[in-house]
Design a protein around this ligand. Structure first.
Ligand code: AVI
Length: 329
């Protein structure tokens, strides 16, 4: 199946228009302190750089989640039960999904939900090759907004929303609760959420993951400015900015900033934005949780943690959440 056909959108219809990007950049750079949303990372180049980040030796998250899936995918699949409709929030490289699908019992369909077209097409193509019998129903959409899921080919026993990679960590607590609550509505009474959650650990290890020696994360961060230059014609001089990612132990998160190396002015459309030397633009949070922290967060969204799997070093977790207060099935 050709995902471009199933998505039913032309290439130019699948990208945020330049006018929207211009408005987002203008508004974010007018804030004090300056702030740009992390979704701006993920143009085609940014998505490719993120794939490279996942292969860096310091970026333990992907390696640990894959090790965890390698060890526990069978048990996870047994916990989800048969005739599941698997809805994935973000489609990534699809590697973890394939590990899960290999063990699922008679899955009804696979619905990857993705805002950027390239990863969606690639992951569907790969999956279709490996699982030709599994109906794939890609949905080109922003998973943080309410979704209209496609009608499944047959009635599922439950809808499981799969959200790997600790992407939930990129949402601040309030927004994470709102997203989990939205997911709770989408999965229905019998459904569940299978979610990857990065765990608190030695801050040195966490900081290294966001400051790899090869400089891939720095390039990923600064690509946000390169993207704005490409798409809205701003004139950021990339050499005049630096990547900075530090762990804030009080907040339990990596805080990533773009730092202005000198005093400068940047043209954003018809506006000029001034940046002082060392002034920062906050671009991403990557929150880390203890198991207790995350259970409390889930509880605020009306969800209960039914199962937790971790890798052997307890660096990363995959958790199965169900509606709170429902009898165990
Ligand atoms: C997608 N997300 C979980 C990554 C993270 O670890 O916060 C994005 C990332 N940013 C820098 N490195 C990786």
């Amino acid at each position: 199946m050709n995902s471009a056909q199933t998505c039913g959108l032309r290439d130019d219809e699948r990208r945020p228009p330049a006018s929207e990007l211009l408005e987002v950049a203008r508004r974010g750079l007018a804030l004090k302190p300056k702030r740009l949303p992390s979704w701006l990372f993920y143009d085609e180049r940014g998505s490719a750089l993120f794939e490279q980040i996942c292969e860096q030796p310091e970026y333990y998250l992907t390696r640990c989640e894959i090790a965890l899936m390698d060890e526990h995918a069978g048990d996870i699949a047994d916990s989800l039960g048969s005739d599941v409709r698997l809805v994935e929030y973000g489609s990534g490289s699809g590697r973890k999904t394939r590990m899960l699908l290999r063990h699922l019992h008679q899955p009804v369909s696979y619905v990857p939900v993705e805002i950027s077209p390239e990863p969606l097409q690639q992951s569907v193509q790969r999956l279709t090759r490996e699982f030709p019998q599994l109906p794939s129903q890609p949905l080109y959409a922003d998973f943080s907004k309410p979704l209209r899921l496609p009608i499944p080919p047959r009635a599922p026993r439950r809808t499981v929303l799969y959200f790997p990679g600790s992407t939930i960590g990129n949402f601040e607590a309030h927004d994470a609760v709102a997203l989990l609550r939205k997911m709770r509505n989408e999965m229905g009474d019998a459904g569940g959420i299978l979610i990857g959650v990065d765990l608190k650990k030695d801050p040195v290890v966490i900081e290294a993951a966001y400051n790899d020696a090869a400089g891939v994360t720095a390039e990923f961060t600064l690509n946000m400015l390169a993207r704005l230059n490409r798409e809205i014609g701003s004139d950021f001089d990339l050499a005049a900015f630096a990547h900075r990612a530090r762990y804030n132990p009080m907040a339990g998160r990596i805080e990533t900033h773009i730092v202005s190396r000198r005093e400068q002015q940047v043209a954003i459309g018809r506006h000029k934005v001034r940046l002082g030397a060392d002034e920062t633009i906050q671009v991403e949070y990557s929150c880390k949780y203890s198991l207790e922290d995350f259970a409390a967060l889930a509880d605020k969204a009306g969800l209960a943690v039914q199962r937790v799997w971790t890798d052997s070093q307890r660096m990363f977790s995959v958790q199965y959440l169900v509606r709170a207060g429902l009898p165990a099935r």
